[in-house]
Design a protein around this ligand. Structure first.
Ligand SMILES: [Zn+2]
Ligand SMILES: [Zn+2]
Length: 147
């Protein structure tokens, strides 16, 4: 399971949980369903499907059964959502934001669109601003640099 080429790496924001994927990233979709919104605290979950046996973990994600058919993995220390796993499937869906290179994520479909938030259609038209700090402020990140 641990052998083979590494196609992706990632982990939580505190660095206690890390993962390595030893197969090419699979089907990618944005899930807009209400349960994914709650589980991520976000507008949607950016998911990537890979075979469960092709993900090698360092540290042990906590899990919580969000329904009778699925569980969600996260870091018990820092709370980062890490995956969605449907019971009985041989695959796991990783959260794209936990990848060291989230730019590799290329979603191909929207799922759970019955709950899609209407303002998402306006994202590209909103004014842009890059991250800035107030003058004299120094940012000290507690997230380990992994790339
Ligand atoms: Zn963590
Ligand atoms: Zn969902």
């Amino acid at each position: 399971m641990a052998e083979g080429q590494t196609y992706a790496t990632g982990g939580c924001q505190c660095g206690r949980i890390r993962f390595r994927v030893t197969e090419p990233l699979g089907r990618a979709n944005l899930c807009h369903c209400r349960m994914c919104q709650r589980a991520t605290g976000n507008a949607f979950a950016p998911l990537i499907e890979v075979a469960t046996g092709r993900v090698t973990w360092t540290g042990r994600p906590a899990t919580w059964a969000s329904s009778n058919i699925a569980e969600r993995g996260f870091c018990a220390t820092c709370g980062t959502p890490l995956f969605y796993r449907q019971t009985g499937r041989t695959t796991i869906e990783l959260m794209a934001g936990s990848l060291d290179h989230p730019e590799d994520y290329d979603p191909a479909a929207n799922h759970g669109t019955e709950s899609r938030l209407p303002w998402l259609a306006r994202l590209a038209a909103l004014p842009d601003r890059e991250t800035t700090l107030a003058p004299g402020t120094t940012l000290v990140s507690h997230q380990p640099e992994t790339r």
